[in-house]
Write a protein that binds this ligand. Structure first.
Ligand code: SF4
Ligand code: SF4
Ligand code: SF4
Length: 290
């Protein structure tokens, strides 16, 4: 995308930023890249394979990048929602970063898919997306592509799970979570797992057993789902990073549905939108508040 190359080269040449975090062609489809010179910027691309949520490089856990100076980051609208959450939670200062939004027509589920976007290969989050032209940005590039198709698999899976009895549902999760090897890739890739010391790493006392066995795995996944409730932007990166195929976006998707139904909250790139958890409202429908 020439517009992106020209803009980022100019930002570096003018000294507005020290690095640009974007996408380049890699050995397995598109991959993230840190461009430090206008020459590097010629490698920047954006297409349906740009599935990574680059907001993760702005997380306070990524301190090693901060030492490289002020960054510009290429963002889809859903990634901008993660930046909005970091700003809302005072994990990031707006002036510390330059945000480059890309008008978006949806992404694949994987970086290596090919061909036209379809219900079979499009990311779960894209159907009906309201963030295709992010507003929380300093620059917006590209023309607005047609709306992406809707993937139905995850919604069908959540609906099918809801049809099960509690015992059957528990059995499903027991079988699914038994495969978790506790590699923490889901945590490492998530832009919103921001704690410098995760509760799962604490040993005195040990809140969550760290070995990959069912009891510890249940604790870990319940803790993570609750810590991400009302914060997760449904980027799907945790599931994509998981080597064990744990259906994490089913958990995130269901929690997101509850957040929508109970609090009227959907991921947004407005950092001033009240966070459903952490905002007190006397009219809150949650009975325990009163
Ligand atoms: S959710 Fe929206 S902004 Fe994000 S990749 Fe899909 S269409 Fe683009
Ligand atoms: S869910 Fe997947 S990515 Fe997360 S700790 Fe378990 S195996 Fe690793
Ligand atoms: S929990 Fe997963 S889907 Fe949600 S923001 Fe983190 S990486 Fe993205």
């Amino acid at each position: 995308m020439q517009e992106l190359v020209d803009l980022t080269s100019k930002l570096l040449q003018n000294g507005d930023v020290n690095v640009v975090i974007g996408y380049e062609e890699g050995p397995r489809g598109v991959r993230p890249v840190v461009a430090a010179t206008p020459d590097d910027c010629r490698r920047l691309i954006f297409d349906h394979r740009a599935v990574h949520n680059l907001a993760t490089y702005l997380s306070p856990r990524r301190k090693h990048l901060r030492v490289r100076g002020r960054a510009a980051v290429v963002l889809k609208g859903c990634d901008a929602a993660a930046v909005a959450t970091l700003l809302r939670e005072r994990q990031l200062k707006r002036d510390d970063v330059v945000l480059i939004g890309v008008r978006c027509g949806g992404v694949y589920r994987t970086t290596t898919a090919e061909g036209a976007l379809s219900a079979d290969n499009v990311a779960d989050r894209c159907g009906g997306c309201a963030l295709r032209e992010p507003t929380l940005v300093d620059h917006l590039v590209g023309d607005l592509p047609p709306e992406p198709p809707t993937a139905g698999q995850r919604a069908a899976r959540i609906a099918a799970l809801e049809e099960l009895s509690p015992a059957e549902r528990f059995d499903y999760w027991r079988r699914s979570l038994a495969d978790c090897v506790r590699c923490n890739a889901c945590r490492a890739v998530c832009p919103l797992c921001v704690c410098e010391r995760c509760v799962a790493d604490k040993t005195d006392p040990q809140w969550i057993e760290s070995s990959p066995h069912l009891r510890g795995n249940f604790s870990w996944h319940m803790a993570r789902a609750l810590h991400l409730a009302g914060r997760c932007v449904d980027c799907g990166e945790c599931q994509r990073a998981c080597p064990a195929g744990i259906p994490l976006t089913v958990i995130n998707g269901k929690v997101g549905q509850v957040m929508g139904a109970r609090f009227g909250f959907r991921p947004t790139d407005d950092p001033d939108a009240p966070a459903p958890i952490g905002t007190f409202d006397p009219d809150d429908s949650q009975e325990f508040i009163r």
